[in-house]
Each structure stands twice: as C-alpha cells, then as structure tokens.
Unconditional design. Structure first.
Length: 319
C-alpha cells in the first residue's frame, strides 16, 4: 500500500494512493509499505529511481545505504517494530527530494503508524520533507530509549529474584527465558542506535546547506542522546552476563546438592548392604544360623550401621 501525505493550510491530509491516479499536488510524503507490482510500477513511472527493490533493502555496505543520485538523497535505516515480546529491526529506505519524501518499508512498523496519527492530529508540525525525516528519527530515538528502560526494569526484577533468599521458589526456567529475551532486545536496540547515528551524520553532511538552524539543533540533540544511550547498552550487557552467570551458578549448585544427596545415600547404605551380603552367603557352616534371634539381630545391625553413617555425616556438616 502507498499513503500520500499532503500539506494543506497547515493541515495534513492522508490518502491511500490508487495506481491509476497520478500523485496529488502538494504531496510531500509518499509512504510505501510492501507495495505490489502495480504500486511499484506507479512509483517508477512518476518517481523514477526513487527506491530500491525490497530484496536490496538489507544491504549493509555503506555505499548501498547512504548515497546521492539525480533522484535525491538515499538513506536506508533500521526501524524497531515490536511484535509481542519480540523486537524486530525493519529496513526502511528513504528517498529525500527537494519537495518530496518517499519511503519504502519491507514490513509495516509501529513508528510509522504513530507518525501518521501525529501528523493527522497535528501533534507534530512538519512543513517540509526534512521535517518528517527528522521527526521519524526523533520518534525512533525516543522509542529506543523507552525500550532500554523496559529492559533495565525487567533485569532489575530478575536481579531481585536471583539475589533473594527465596530463590528456591523462583521459576529458574522463566528467569533464563527473561534474561535471554532482554539480551536479544538490548542487542537489537544497540544495533539500531549505531545505525541511527550513521544515518543522522550522513543526513547532516548531505543536507548541510538546506538544514535550518533548528533542524541542525534537533539532529545534534539526537546524536547526543544516542551517545549517552550507547554506553548504557554496554552496561546492560554486563548486567545480563552477571545475571546469566548467577542463575547458571545457582542451577549448578542445586544440581551439586542433588548429586551430594545421592552420594550420601549410597554411602549410608553401603554398611547395611555389606551385612546383608555376608548373611546372604550360602555356606553350609555358618555359626549365626543357629542363633535364635539372628534375623532381627542382622536387621538391627543394618539399621545401626546406616544410622551411624548418617550421624557421622551430620556431625561433619556434609548434610
């Protein structure tokens, strides 16, 4: 689908583009999301060379992500999209022209829907394509900062559970799943921050002559935010590693305790087993066979030997 954003009397109108109708006058942003063949042809007809194929969106070379042609400035950047507990990085291509912005997403993203709502309700005032680009990146940086805060809060809960005295009552499998999920989130946020930093620096260089002082200040502010957030991701990685090691250490300790119990139990039953083996022999001449209370005496010896071993371990503090 393709949405066209037109600025009319300080208001934005958002319309769905149909392939048989030319672009309306005053359109400053065309948002293409998973366009079909007809929509691709419409874009190439009216805006030749505007966007790459969807298969080429994932290219990671600098020359493929940031470049300038006759059709304008081209930037490819990652945008986060939350699907349940999972955070996914979606590739978005920008074609910035003097009077229009054209974007292509290989999947719908929540930030673009949010931007659509903000423009419609005039929560964000954008009069030029550059304003929209800066607003999108600003919304992305804020979203990434909020995500890092969520990661930290979830890790704090895991930390309290791991270090609590009632750790035996904690679901260790759930703890490990949470830690793994937060590690994945933190890694994707870090990748997104670094990608955003490169995109903003390129935008600053490529559009230096047309950026207003206010727009330059906005970009510098975002770069400062990214510089402060990036070390925080490193701190979270260290915290994740600590919690993972602590949880795995607890699991190993519990396993060692179980193995110790089995070992002690095996040693406790060795003397009774020895006694039972001796009196289970089938020699013809065995003096104890004639003892009237030989059977209960043997049982008593077995119980006494097991109890003595148990008390010895208890006194040594091995139980």
């Amino acid at each position: 689908m393709i949405y066209a954003y037109s600025a009319q009397e300080n208001r934005f109108s958002i319309d769905r583009v149909t392939p048989d109708v030319p672009p309306a006058k005053g359109t400053i942003w065309l948002e293409a999301t998973e366009p079909d063949i007809d929509e691709h042809q419409w874009l190439n007809t009216y805006f030749p060379g505007c966007l790459p194929d969807e298969d080429d969106l994932g290219e990671i070379e600098i020359s493929s992500r940031y470049y300038e042609t006759e059709s304008g400035i081209h930037i490819r950047s990652l945008f986060p999209h939350r699907a349940g507990h999972e955070l996914r990085n979606i590739n978005v291509a920008f074609n910035l022209r003097p009077d229009q912005l054209i974007t292509l997403q290989d999947e719908p993203t929540g930030l673009f829907r949010l931007m659509r709502k903000h423009l419609k309700t005039q929560h964000i005032h954008a009069a030029t394509p550059l304003d929209i680009v800066i607003a999108l990146f600003d919304a992305k940086v804020e979203y990434l900062a909020d995500t890092l805060e969520e990661v930290y809060e979830d890790l704090e809960e895991v930390s309290q559970n791991t270090l609590s005295e009632d750790i035996r009552d904690v679901d260790v499998d759930e703890q490990l799943r949470t830690i793994t999920l937060q590690e994945d989130l933190n890694g994707k946020v870090r990748l997104n921050l670094l990608d955003t930093q490169r995109s903003l620096r390129y935008l600053m260089r490529a559009c230096n002559n047309i950026l207003s002082d206010a727009q330059k200040d906005d970009i510098r502010e975002m770069l400062r935010d990214i510089e402060s957030l990036t070390p925080h991701t490193g701190f979270l990685f260290e915290k994740i590693n600590f919690l993972m090691e602590s949880t795995m250490g607890y699991i190993n300790l519990e396993q060692n305790n179980i193995i110790k119990i089995f070992s002690v139990a095996a040693v406790m039953f060795m003397p009774p087993t020895l006694i039972a083996s001796i009196y289970g022999m089938n020699f013809k001449v065995m003096p104890e066979l004639s003892v009237e209370y030989g059977y209960p005496l043997a049982i008593g010896l077995m119980l006494l030997s097991a109890l003595s071993t148990f008390l010895f371990f208890k006194r040594k503090g091995w139980l």
